[in-house]
Design a protein around this ligand. Sequence first.
Ligand code: NAD
Length: 282
Amino acid sequence: MTILDGKALSKKIRDKVKNDVETLQHNNITPGLAVILVGNDPASSAYVKMKSKACKEAGIYSIVHEMPSSINQENILEIIDLMNKNQNIDGILVQLPLPEHIDTTVILEAIDPTKDVDGFHPYNVGRVVAGLDSFIPATPYGVMELLKEYDIDPKGKDVCVVGASNIVGKPMATLLLNANATVDICHIYTKDLKEHTLKADIICVGVGVVNLIKEDMVKDDVIIIDIGINRIEDGSLVGDVDFKNVSSKCSYITPVPGGVGPMTIAMLLKNTIKSAKNRKGI
Ligand code: NAD
């Protein structure tokens, strides 16, 4: 069994991003990322802090617009409009989830698609589906990079994607399909999850349920990508896979933490550089 080391690969990518930023700075270009954080959900605040820190380390200018959960939709749209027009900002991301009284679709559609470094605007979603150049959502993009790093080619493989959200499961399935895998997508209403996971050469799971994938649900030598992040009672982080009992059956598996998580931040930085270069015609 080989561990897919997202921590090591993300460091490589972040070092490359840092070099790219230095080159851009020689041409008087500093890439900029604006993050909008609404409310005080501890997990969201922690993710935003990690993103800001990563930007700082890479030399990317970043600004966080923090707003109370009581804010109205119009005020968020005003900030997005300002960021769309701000020439120092190349990437805009809205930390999800938003409070219930805010329409997430309206907010995401207000972001200039050329600055949509999270790749959640329907324009970029469509381009990814069509296999065109686009901003690829950071988490599934990170998974594809991790597979590439370990010479795992999804072409012709039976892949089971568990979880079908717009930010994880759907783009994950799309990228794997574009890479010529045969993709099975499962979700909360799937009748018999085990029936699907058992025949998969690769399982990508991003659900948010501790120990969802158990030993008897996977075949020998399976490759497992665990995207789930769950905080358990003792305060530690675990994924969606019963790692202790499943890992010995795998040919490759991502750990949690240290697998997909660090890749997500690295790919966000990469998307921000891509935007800066695109916008400056480089
Ligand atoms: P979500 O709640 O939007 O979607 C969850 C998906 O899982 C849905 O499609 C739902 O149908 C499916 N699901 C729920 N229970 C299920 C079950 N018992 N069996 C099969 N499918 C089931 O969540 P999300 O935003 O897509 O996040 C999913 C997980 O990925 C969470 O744990 C989240 O923390 C994690 N995540 C990790 C990263 C990362 O960088 N590693 C990034 C984003 C999200």
